[in-house]
Design a protein around this ligand. Structure first.
Ligand SMILES: *Cc1c(COP(=O)(O)O)cnc(C)c1O
Length: 354
């Protein structure tokens, strides 16, 4: 016997989203930027917030933020949209292009939120598989074209595998499925700018790119994501968006952060150095498989039980992500500061030698 109101059918088969953050010294489990934005960002933000008329609704059209994003991205402003994290952008795209009777295809292993958000918007999910090297090829393009979905998700660079996907595969999908929306999730795009699908939008208006301030931009706490797409896609998103969905506080954080984007970009090089150091050092360890990364994290498969390795690292104050339910026996480690990376490398060597 159930108690209380009945939710929609199937809802209670879905677990609440929870990403518990353990209180350890070195947290390398959520792919955040290890460096905060500089102090003058915080000072400018405080001053800008001080002057906000918070008794009024914010600018629902987010004019200033969208204009600044358009300028920073070199994309026409009519094709730019922002929301509370790219997760909200993805939800809005699913509300507009998915929904009951509609299907979204994705290539596993990939970002878990794509299938989760599809389910929450009543969009059916078609799970296709990446090949063993995780790189989209002709066979995968053929499979998704044959499936003829309404939405295709491509995550590039892909979380959790780390590799960017070839633009030739993205174009082939977009051209073969001209009525489907091809969503390219570029949450880690700043780490692999040459792999961006942005230049394809002009000739393939069914390609939409989502980006975020949460990773390279060192602003996960502000919850800002954005969309680069054809103007028609942005117009469709406007039909489903909530009124005033992006608070004046968040819009202001985005505007001020964009003024500091040079400093944020300067951090990218340092993060790539630590990422490459992690890959190189892990490859020297016996029987460890290391996947190539175009992002700010590295996926690897230890020669012994991943759960035990995860625990051994935690006992040494280092938190990584156990992805063994997604890729057999795999762990994912985020590139941290140099001292954080030192801690990880010392700990993993100890754990695997034990
Ligand atoms: C981290 C991540 C995001 C970020 O989502 P936000 O809501 O912008 O914080 C989106 N896509 C992928 C693949 C990610 O790994």
């Amino acid at each position: 016997m159930s108690v209380g109101a009945d939710p929609r059918p199937g809802l209670r088969d879905i677990e609440a989203y929870d990403s518990p953050q353990l209180d350890v010294a070195v947290r390398l489990n959520t792919n955040e930027c290890p460096h905060p934005l500089p102090e003058d960002f915080t000072d400018e933000l405080a001053a800008a917030i001080h002057d906000l008329p918070l008794h009024r609704y914010p600018d629902g059209q987010m004019r200033r933020l969208l204009a600044d994003l358009a300028a920073a991205s070199m994309h026409p402003v009519e094709g730019v949209w922002a929301a509370n994290g790219s997760n909200e952008i993805l939800t809005e795209l699913l509300q507009a292009y998915g929904g009951p009777g509609r299907r979204a295809a994705l290539f596993e292993p990939t970002y878990l939120l794509h299938s989760r958000l599809a389910r929450l918007t009543h969009t059916e999910v078609e799970h296709l598989a990446l090949p063993r090297n995780f790189v989209l090829g002709d066979a995968e393009v053929g499979a998704v074209v044959a499936a003829s979905p309404d939405i295709v998700f491509v995550c590039s660079p892909n979380n959790p595998t780390g590799n960017a996907q070839p633009l030739s595969a993205i174009v082939a999908i977009a051209k073969a499925l001209p009525n489907a929306l091809v969503i390219v999730d570029e949450a880690y795009g700043e780490f692999a700018p040459a792999a961006s699908a942005q230049a394809l939008i002009a000739t393939n208006p069914n390609i939409a790119i989502t980006r975020t301030f949460s990773k390279a931009f060192a602003l996960a706490g502000a919850r800002i994501g954005y969309l680069l797409a054809a103007p028609e896609v942005v117009a469709d998103v406007q039909r489903v968006r909530l009124p005033y969905h992006l608070s004046a506080l968040t819009q202001t954080a985005g505007i001020v952060a964009l003024r500091h984007r040079e400093e944020a970009s300067a951090l990218l090089g340092a993060i790539r150095v630590q990422r490459d150091r992690i890959s190189r050092e892990l490859r020297t360890l016996p029987r460890v498989t290391v996947y190539p990364s175009d992002a700010n994290f590295v996926l690897f498969v230890p020669p012994v039980d991943a759960g035990a390795v995860w625990k051994g690292l935690l006992d040494r104050g280092v938190l990584v992500r156990d992805l063994s339910t997604v890729v057999p026996n795999a762990l994912r480690v985020t590139a941290g500061t140099e001292p954080e990376t030192d801690s990880f490398l010392i700990a993993i060597k100890e754990v695997l030698a034990a």
